[in-house]
Design a protein around this ligand. Structure first.
Ligand SMILES: *Cc1c(COP(=O)(O)O)cnc(C)c1O
Length: 398
């Protein structure tokens, strides 16, 4: 068979890409290869939480580019140590393991929970309970952890050791924990599953049942973390302390990094030689992470995010009253979902083509809006105006 370079894309077709190529980014804006400028309210899917090329991160990275790129974890790494200490000082956790992505962080968390139960506690527990419509990643273990059959289709057999329970469902909690259960893993706002926040009372019940049974609580904060919901991590709004937390997306301002944060008693299960990652916590990505965290935890930054997000949400609530197509506005902070009565992708396409506003979906009927945390009042006003005009136009066409 001959290769037909003209008709076969050299990049595998795992993504349905929009027909534009983005070549530059600055703050809340990106520019495509035709010079067209867009307001980017996708933030690289909750990754560029400080917008594109934030000055503080760029400066730190430039200095690190001149010093050291990679050495492996056979040696101590200054920015890795500093980022771990910064994360620990801002959270209830004691120790951090670094990997390269969200899925890798969740893999690490699952391994850590099993090993803690089996080696530290000396029991045979292995099962990790997750929730319907959850999303935990695309590797074999994390797609098995994901409570959506469409993510698993064609990759059977699933990895054993996962069980799914209904989300936000008090009655289902009677079946939450079995004798084999090692951990419960949950998103405090289901991101890919449709921007669905967990109910406070339900979370408290989940946590209490786990604590009573010696089952670990893992929060997957890969999308909700790094200020996205108005606090550094979302669990800080729910009044409990998880045993393990996974972070990725926003942590590196666009550089690939993942992290497993854990309480010391749990973290001890990872003794030398039990887990690893060649690139994990490398000097460049942890420099980006440290600079990002410095901005987000600076005095007043997150308070301002909460206030801006509240005003932006009020604007969206007003649009909900105006347009029947918007069924509800939900989420937390700057992780926002508009539940629609029709296909959300049509709105994403029109917003990009006519209003130069980039949005993303979360499931077929949810329009997801992810502004950079440092977006300005002017940018929020222009986004609200564009969304208003967009819904007016789409309503006319129906
Ligand atoms: C994006 C995401 C993941 C997977 O992260 P990758 O970096 O794509 O592997 C896992 N969990 C949640 C909640 C996510 O939003």
């Amino acid at each position: 068979m001959s290769k037909d370079a003209l008709t076969i894309d050299a990049v595998m077709g795992t993504y349905n890409r929009f027909p534009i190529t983005l070549t530059r980014g600055e703050g809340s804006y990106v520019t495509d290869s035709n010079g067209c400028r867009y307001l980017d309210y996708t933030s690289g899917i909750a990754t560029c939480n400080l917008g594109h090329r934030p000055a503080q991160v760029q400066a730190a990275l430039s200095a690190q580019l001149d010093a050291l790129w990679h050495v492996s974890n056979l040696y101590h790494i200054e920015p890795q140590q500093a980022l771990a200490e910064a994360l620990v000082s801002q959270t209830c956790f004691d120790q951090v393991f670094f990997g390269n992505s969200g899925a890798e962080a969740n893999e690490g968390a699952i391994k850590l929970a099993r090993r803690y139960q089996q080696i530290v506690k000396g029991n045979k527990r292995f099962e990790v309970v997750t929730f319907n419509q959850s999303f935990h990643g695309r590797t074999l273990a994390t797609l098995s952890a994901t409570g959506q059959t469409k993510i698993q289709e064609g990759f059977e057999p699933k990895m054993p050791g996962f069980r799914y329970v209904a989300y936000n469902d008090q009655a289902a909690l009677n079946d939450l924990i079995h004798d084999d259960t090692a951990a419960v893993m949950l998103e405090l706002v289901q991101g890919e599953g449709g921007v669905i926040p967990a109910d406070q009372a339900w979370v408290s019940d989940v946590v209490k049942r786990c604590q009573d049974a010696g089952v670990l609580v893992i929060v997957d904060e890969i999308q909700t973390g790094v200020g996205r919901t108005g606090t550094l991590y979302c669990y800080q709004q729910y009044g409990f302390e998880p045993d393990i937390l996974t972070s990725a997306k926003g942590l590196g301002s666009g550089l690939p990094i993942g992290a497993v944060l854990a309480k010391h008693a749990v973290a001890t299960a990872f003794s030398p030689g039990t887990h690893g990652s060649t690139f994990g916590g490398n000097p460049l990505v942890t420099t980006a992470g440290l600079a990002t965290l410095k901005v987000i935890t600076a005095t007043g930054f997150l308070t301002e995010v909460q206030q801006k997000a509240a005003r932006f949400n009020q604007g969206l609530q007003s649009l909900q009253k105006k347009y029947a197509a918007i069924q509800s506005v939900r989420g937390k902070g700057f992780l926002i979902g508009l539940e629609l009565s029709t296909q959300a992708i049509d709105y994403v396409n029109r917003a990009r083509e006519k209003y130069q506003l980039l949005l993303v979906v979360a499931g077929p009927q949810v329009l997801r809006i992810l502004p950079p945390l440092n977006t300005t009042e002017e940018e929020m006003a222009s986004a609200l105006q564009a969304i208003d005009d967009l819904f007016a136009e789409m309503q006319m066409q129906q």
